[in-house]
Design a protein around this ligand. Structure first.
Ligand SMILES: NC(=O)c1ccc[n+]([C@@H]2O[C@H](COP(=O)([O-])OP(=O)(O)OC[C@H]3O[C@@H](n4cnc5c(N)ncnc54)[C@H](O)[C@@H]3O)[C@@H](O)[C@H]2O)c1
Length: 273
């Protein structure tokens, strides 16, 4: 596959979209931006909802690849998750299939496997990491929608030959802000490195990777990400002493600390109003 140049970035107005808009052009990409919200200073950005199939058809025309970040990024009533994350992702893959787009990078989440018990005390040399084949254990309707997106991507590879790298993102923010995030933090620079690897690796078929930096307190297996050529350079450890002094170590008896998904596992479900 020739290296992609023109890439549709959905969710470009969001937190991660804003970071990646700044970082990805240095890798040589021409980004086409899409979000339901207008983006200040980006008059060419496409303002469209993922339910607008005509707009999606237009947005994917002549792009080499898609980075799909758009969607609801926290727990929400099922109807809203259904529209934005489940139907919206389906609409985008359909547009990609019709237009012959060959590669998608899908922003999945740790919350697709949020009820996976977190590895015991970290850092422990040689502690067992959450494996790539850990069973799906969504912790919210949100996590369930990411689980759906992974399976949708797998289907579109097997049936239609559209390749996807699904990234179960940990926490991609400028800095980790909780003790849990020390284990799953992905620095923005490493996020851009991983997206670049996911866009350019050969023959990915359908591949799932965990998305984080090379954290000292890492909870999961980065081998499938590294196999794409991803070489993380950052580590959350410089933030550890301050966060632990403020918040304390994770407490195995606190249900909010017991699982990969953190407090998403204990939040009450949000029902439609
Ligand atoms: N940031 C993280 O640490 C993290 C962790 C795990 C997964 N993710 C996933 O990565 C993606 C980006 O995360 P983020 O933190 O930037 O989220 P965000 O909420 O800041 O941004 C999401 C963007 O999607 C747009 N959007 C939502 N619904 C839409 C719709 N129906 N049509 C068009 N646009 C829509 C929003 O306007 C927003 O700009 C999300 O899919 C999120 O679930 C992020």
């Amino acid at each position: 596959m020739p290296a992609p140049r023109t890439v549709l970035l959905t969710g470009a107005a969001g937190g991660m979209g804003t970071l990646m808009r700044e970082l990805l052009p240095a890798y040589g990409y021409q980004l086409r931006l899409l979000d339901q919200l207008p983006i200040e200073g980006e008059p060419d950005a496409i303002t469209a909802d993922l339910s607008d199939r005509d707009a999606l058809r237009e947005a994917v025309r002549d792009v080499d690849a898609i980075i799909h970040l758009a969607g609801i990024s926290l727990e929400a009533p099922f109807e809203k998750i259904l529209r934005a994350n489940i139907e919206g992702t389906y609409n985008l893959y359909e547009a990609a299939r019709e237009a012959g787009v060959r590669r998608v990078v899908f922003a999945s989440s740790n919350h697709a496997v949020g009820f996976t018990p977190r590895p015991a005390e970290t850092p422990v040399p040689g502690a067992s990491l959450i494996p790539l084949d850990t069973p799906r254990r969504p912790d919210t309707f949100y996590g369930l929608s990411k689980s759906f997106g992974e399976d949708l991507a797998s289907l579109y590879w097997d049936k239609h030959g559209i390749e996807t790298v699904a990234i179960r993102i940990g926490s991609c923010f400028p800095e980790p802000t909780t003790v849990r995030m020390l284990s799953i933090w992905m620095s923005p620079a490493d996020g851009a490195r991983l997206l670049h690897a996911a866009l350019t690796a050969e023959n990915v078929g359908y591949t799932m990777v965990y998305g984080s930096s090379a954290n000292t307190r890492l909870w999961w297996d980065l081998s499938s990400a590294r196999a794409l050529g991803y070489e993380p350079r950052d580590d959350s450890e410089p933030y550890a002493a301050k966060l632990i002094a403020e918040q304390g170590e994770l407490d195995p008896d606190n249900p909010d600390h017991a699982y990969l998904g953190g407090a998403f596992c204990t939040n009450p479900p949000i029902w439609p109003r």
